[in-house]
Write a protein that binds this ligand. Structure first.
Ligand code: ATP
Ligand code: MG
Length: 432
């Protein structure tokens, strides 16, 4: 019996890697357009970082973290999300002093011990941005616009933006109090977990997976019959309402369509004011491909200044699912040169040419095992090479090589002494 990859983890082979690389490149390019700079943080972090930021009563912390003790007995976590780590790095790297307002991009694996299914993995990958150090609603607008731009550039054609406001911390305290009062008479009918949540973080009842808790919380919220038409459980002051209006106004001014009719709470504790989700057709659950929001207290809670911040994260696996097979045209095009050797005695001469091609920036491969010419040509096609060149005694004698373009089906003869240059030029113009 051989070994298998762990449940909820996957290997990516060549074609898949091409699609992933296309997403990564696209994301980096679009981030640059908006002035975001990449930050890479470690995959492991101190467990306390996530307990403090995401919140002790959240599903992530209670059930989904890969947590272990290192040899020194320290509690370590494989990061379940990016935001807390980015804020930690922002503070540890003194960006609050040197930059103040920092616009950061990250990409990489995240880990959650969830039940694996289509679009839900234990090691999954996110790209995301965090704009740290401003409370301007325009930054919310920019982050949302950037999120949609990246998805579009990655080939996600049909997706919808949902936005909502969870209000300020003060609003949330008042709202929690009100929700608790309304839920109190039915507290005994809530699931065991929600009874704990009732005291510790009553908003978690709103997104409990148990339908009874969920319905109860939302119905009690507005006291109306039909689901979907409830007033928000988040009681916003005029200021918070005005702030939300500014964000919506900003989005409208950019021609960005959104749906604000559905109130929702994001599953992490640190969110305030704007929260948003982008949903795409054909994905798991409600189809979330990216999600984010504002978090105005996290920087301070992690030991920094009282500055606002906003960000989002997108799941790369889900982006690729939503984009379908067309995300990268590059994956299917022929590339590089295959140097076929007519007789094994020419291997040394062939290898010399191969290295010269590589030095000149041409991707080049050859066979080292003395296979027949026919087998080599088959291999060139299988590896999806663009050009085949044959090196044999006849070519050496004539001091000329034949280049076959497998994409165009054309053929030309070039002098051996200018072979490398001729191939390089052909490849350059083919890539343009
Ligand atoms: P969901 O509702 O699907 O569980 P979430 O609210 O837990 O998502 P976030 O923590 O907001 O997700 O992460 C942002 C994005 O990361 C999601 O929209 C999704 O694309 C992706 N994501 C989250 N968890 C997973 C997972 N286990 N496998 C694959 N992608 C994931
Ligand atoms: Mg989740």
């Amino acid at each position: 019996m051989g070994f298998q990859a762990l449940r909820g983890t996957t290997d990516l082979f060549a074609d898949e890697v091409e699609r992933w690389a296309a997403v990564e490149q696209t994301v980096r390019r679009v981030a640059r357009l908006y002035g975001y700079q990449e930050l890479r943080t470690p995959i492991m972090e101190d467990a306390a970082l996530f307990l403090r930021s995401i919140g002790e009563t959240t599903d992530i912390v209670q059930k989904e973290m890969f947590r272990f003790q290192d040899r020194g007995g320290h509690e370590i976590v494989l990061r379940p999300e990016g935001t807390a780590a980015v804020v930690r790095a922002y503070l540890e790297g003194h960006l609050h002093k040197t930059q103040g307002f920092a616009k950061l991009l990250y990409l990489g694996p995240m880990f959650r011990a969830e039940r694996p299914q289509a679009g839900r993995f234990r090691q999954f990958h996110q790209y995301g941005v965090e704009a740290i150090g401003s409370s301007s609603p325009w930054v919310d607008v920019e982050v949302i616009a950037l999120c949609l731009d990246m998805l579009r550039a990655c080939g996600v054609k049909s997706c919808s933006l949902w936005i909502s406001s969870m209000g300020s911390r003060d609003d949330q305290q008042r709202s929690a109090q009100a929700l608790r009062e309304r839920l109190a008479p039915q507290k005994a009918t809530l699931c065991k977990e929600c009874q704990t949540r009732f005291d510790k973080n009553v908003f978690r009842v709103l997104d409990c997976n148990n339908p009874q808790c969920h319905t109860l919380a939302w119905e009690t919220t507005a006291g109306q019959e039909a689901r979907g038409h409830f007033a928000s459980p988040f009681l916003l002051t005029q200021d918070s309402q005005a702030r939300f209006d500014e964000v919506r106004q900003g989005l409208r001014s950019l021609g960005i369509a959104f749906d604000d009719t559905q109130v929702f709470a994001r599953g992490l504790d640190y969110y305030t004011h704007t929260v948003f989700e982008v949903r795409a057709l054909g994905l798991v659950g409600k189809g979330a491909v990216a999600a984010g929001g504002r978090y105005d207290h996290l920087v301070e809670e992690l030991g920094g200044p009282a500055v606002g911040a906003v960000g989002f994260a997108a799941g790369i696996e889900r982006v690729l699912m939503a984009a379908g097979p067309h995300v990268s045209a590059a994956a299917s095009t022929r590339r590089g040169l295959y140097l076929a050797i007519a007789t094994p005695v020419l291997l040394q001469e062939g290898f010399r040419l191969l290295q010269q091609l590589r030095e000149r920036g041409v991707s080049a491969v050859m066979d080292y095992d003395g296979r027949s010419l026919k087998a080599q040509l088959r291999e060139a096609d299988k590896q999806r090479c663009r050009v085949v060149a044959i090196l044999g005694e006849a070519e050496l004698k004539a001091q000329a090589m034949t280049l076959k373009d497998l994409e165009q089906g054309s053929q030309e003869t070039v002098p051996l002494d200018t072979f490398v240059e001729a191939v390089a030029q052909r490849m350059e113009s083919a890539c343009r």
